[in-house]
Each structure stands twice: as structure tokens, then as C-alpha cells.
Design a protein around this ligand. Structure first.
Ligand code: TYC
Length: 140
């Protein structure tokens, strides 16, 4: 079943949220609305609570991948991995050689907007330096 994303379900401080954070508050039935005229002579009044399962939502994650080509200098790729993906010199060199040998390699895994920003930074920097380096993202 498809459910609409609703931040207020996971954010107790969200303005759409009311009450003590334990979910929608049940509305007590007005006595005048009740078929039996109300009153609690028997002491058996019941409160009907809407069924709301507490749901925690994990963000969708995206792998950011570098693709190999024959022209982008190795040093440029290493610098990109250090600058954009915050890799150490050693890790950046390892990833660069992996991409060079296998054709594709993972630079990191991020939520959508973060992944998108990193892809844009790589592509813009490559274009500015006239390198054909390609960077893509894919849903994990
Ligand atoms: N294959 C390139 C070269 O030999 C180096 C390279 C590595 C290019 C990784 C792109 O994503 C890449 N100069």
C-alpha cells in the first residue's frame, strides 16, 4: 500500500502535531450525540481511538558512482574524491584505481538531496576543467 510521506509522524516538534506527542487525540463523544442519550450509569463508557501505528521512516538512500573514461587525469579524480566526498588521500586513490580497473565505483551513499548536490559538484568541476568525467546516482 502507498502511504503519503508525512514528516509530522516522526517529528514530535513539528507544527502540525498537537497534544502530548502520542498521536491524534481521541474526541470524546458528546452525550447528546449518543443513541442511548449519554450518561455513564453502567460505568462502561469506551473511548474509541483511531488506529495509528507509530511509524519511523528511513530516508531513501542513493549510491553516488564515478564512471571510468580514458581521458580524465587520475590526479583530478583523486582530488575530486577528497574534496567532494571527504575521502583521505589513501581512500581516494584506492577508489580511483578501482574505477580505473572495473569501470565504475562507489564514492558514497547519501540521502537524495545530498547525493544530487555531490553529483552536480563533480559534473560542474569536471566540465569547468574540460574533463569528460561522469558521475551518477542510483537508488540503493
Ligand atoms: N582512466 C583514467 C586514466 O587512465 C583515470 C580515471 C579514473 C578516470 C577514474 C575516471 O572515474 C575515473 N587517466
Amino acid at each position: 500500500m502507498l502511504r503519503r510521506f508525512d514528516r509530522s509522524l516522526t517529528r514530535p516538534d513539528h507544527p502540525t502535531r498537537t497534544g502530548n506527542g502520542s498521536g491524534p487525540q481521541p474526541k470524546a463523544a458528546k452525550d447528546s450525540d449518543r443513541e442511548d442519550g449519554g450518561g455513564s450509569k453502567t460505568g462502561t463508557d469506551t473511548i474509541v481511538r483511531p488506529k495509528t501505528k507509530p511509524r519511523t521512516q528511513k530516508p531513501n538512500l542513493y549510491r553516488v558512482l564515478l564512471l571510468n573514461d580514458d581521458y580524465t587525469p587520475m590526479e583530478f579524480v583523486v582530488l575530486i574524491l577528497q574534496d567532494v566526498f571527504n575521502k583521505t588521500r589513501e581512500e581516494a586513490t584506492r577508489i580511483m584505481y578501482h574505477v580505473h580497473q572495473k569501470g565504475v565505483g562507489e564514492c558514497g551513499v547519501y540521502p537524495y538531496e545530498v547525493a544530487e548536490t555531490k553529483v552536480t559538484r563533480v559534473m560542474d568541476t569536471a566540465r569547468k576543467n574540460q574533463h569528460p568525467l561522469q558521475c551518477v546516482m542510483e537508488k540503493q
